[in-house]
Write a protein that binds this ligand. Structure first.
Ligand SMILES: Nc1ncnc2c1ncn2[C@@H]1O[C@H](COP(=O)(O)OP(=O)(O)OP(=O)(O)O)[C@@H](O)[C@H]1O
Ligand SMILES: [Mg+2]
Length: 435
């Protein structure tokens, strides 16, 4: 009988899309005990029980079947009492519908081995952070049956994990990317939760990597630490901030794949980020104009290093001259004896703001923590703080840290007369924390 059988599984909610959505790539990442391995095994068994499928479980290298997920799948078959499956030495076969699980190392391939993957319906890459660029280049085009899916489970190792770079940096509509951690796993054992809590208290960076699936930070001195960013994201905006002026930062896209980002900050609270792709100079200027009309910021600090200069000119011609402040990242800092340039100075103010003893808040949006923690700091020959060049960050991150730049721009102005009045009336009282 081909098909028709139903197997009842309780797949944790976070993994539902494994079964409910059609997509070429499904990448689930996160830290330890997120339930990834169990959920993938259960979802695959559900599929293989209901219709005839060829399923390949692959990893970079498989020295023996013990390296594979064979045992996990066999355990789940036993747990569910699925009598129709037969365990062979190197494969598992459903005797009712002929579904088959095979287990392969991508790089142990000889031509014959690769061929065996061509008819695969679903390919599971477990520990996908370990898959090399070369292996991915072999695997991806080999899974070529129409409608075939590649499922990936991973705990990110570095920002530049090859599979992450290939799939998650600019995901398309055929790609599902989901983060799943121990707190999303309803079956997470109590001792694992305890270990996670202890690690969180003792070493936050380690915790973020091991338990939250964040890539390791590059060794080196980062200007902004993760702890401050995550703390700010957990703080809810509190009460009345009308006494502080509303300042907008506008980071204008320099290249086709960068984004134009607006950041609105009022004192200790970032109210919003808005990102736009592929705006020309005039469109970008009109968006800024509309934002000024809607939000009434006291000042809008615009990056005029590249095309932003054109945006500034259009806004000035449109009558917004009194609101807009041109900022050139490369120009001399206000405190030129401490900072190598304006960019370093503004980012340093953002860093000081984030580590302020008074609570500050940031929206918890994807990519923001990565952008803010990306730049490394060094000191120039005069002992002034300088930031890692944008081009280097971009190479590593796969994009510019546009969200971070937009926030930094909100610190371009301070201690000026209009700030003391407050943009929406009222006295401006907490200037001191920006310095
Ligand atoms: N469906 C389930 N039924 C029972 N227990 C489960 C189930 N799913 C997960 N668990 C429990 O949660 C633990 C963690 O799940 P799993 O090993 O799948 O997580 P993971 O995300 O693959 O983590 P790691 O990165 O550590 O491999 C398992 O060891 C098991 O104890
Ligand atoms: Mg696992």
């Amino acid at each position: 009988m081909d098909g028709g059988e139903k197997m009842k599984v309780e797949l944790p909610k976070a993994f539902r899309e494994l079964l409910t959505v059609r997509a070429r790539y499904k990448l689930f990442y996160g830290g330890r005990a997120g339930g990834k391995s169990f959920a993938f095994a259960d979802a695959l068994l559900t599929q293989a029980t209901s219709r005839k499928l060829l399923i390949a479980c692959v990893r970079e290298v498989q020295n023996s079947i013990k390296d594979s997920v064979y045992k996990l799948i066999a355990d789940r078959i036993a747990f569910y009492g699925l009598g129709e499956y037969r365990l062979y030495e190197d494969r598992i076969v459903n005797r009712k519908n002929q579904s088959k699980f095979i287990f392969k190392g991508i790089m142990d391939h000889n031509a014959q081995n690769i061929k065996s993957l061509e008819g695969v319906d679903i390919c599971w890459c477990e520990e996908a952070q370990k898959i090399s660029e070369r292996a991915w280049q072999i695997l991806d085009p080999t899974i070529r049956k129409p409608g075939a899916e590649i499922w990936l489970s991973m705990n990110r190792e570095e920002e530049a994990d090859p599979v992450w770079k290939a799939l998650a940096r600019h995901p398309d509509s055929d790609t599902v990317i989901r983060k799943v951690n121990y707190y999303d796993n309803p079956y997470c054992p109590e001792n694992m939760r305890r270990l996670a809590a202890r690690c969180k208290a003792e070493n936050y960076d380690e915790y973020l990597h091991v338990w939250e699936g964040e890539p390791r930070l590059l060794a080196g001195d980062h200007l902004i630490g993760r702890q401050e960013v995550f703390r700010a994201m957990q703080n809810k905006p509190e009460g009345d901030v009308r006494t502080a002026p509303l300042i907008a930062g506008v980071d204008v896209a320099r290249f086709g794949d960068d984004k134009t980002v607006f950041c609105l900050r009022q004192g200790r609270q970032v109210l919003s980020f808005k990102a736009f792709q592929k705006l020309d100079v005039v469109q970008a200027a009109h968006r800024v104009g509309a934002m000024i009309a809607a939000e009434h910021p006291a000042r809008v600090c615009i990056d005029v290093g590249g095309v932003g200069a054109g945006v500034y000119d259009v806004l000035a011609a449109d009558g917004f001259a009194e609101y807009i402040v041109p900022v050139n990242f490369g120009e001399r800092a206000e405190l030129a004896e401490r900072y190598a340039n304006r960019r370093a100075e503004m980012w340093a103010r953002a860093a000081a703001w984030l580590s302020s003893p008074l609570p500050v808040s940031l929206p918890d949006i994807p990519g923001l923590a990565e952008d803010l923690t990306a730049p490394l700091k060094t000191f120039d020959s005069l002992g002034r703080l300088q930031l890692e060049p944008k081009a280097d960050i971009k190479k590593r991150l796969g994009r510019s840290p546009d969200l971070g730049d937009a926030l930094a721009l909100t610190f371009a102005v301070q201690n000026e007369a209009y700030l003391l009045k407050g943009s929406r009336g009222g006295e401006y009282v907490d200037d001191a924390i920006y310095v």
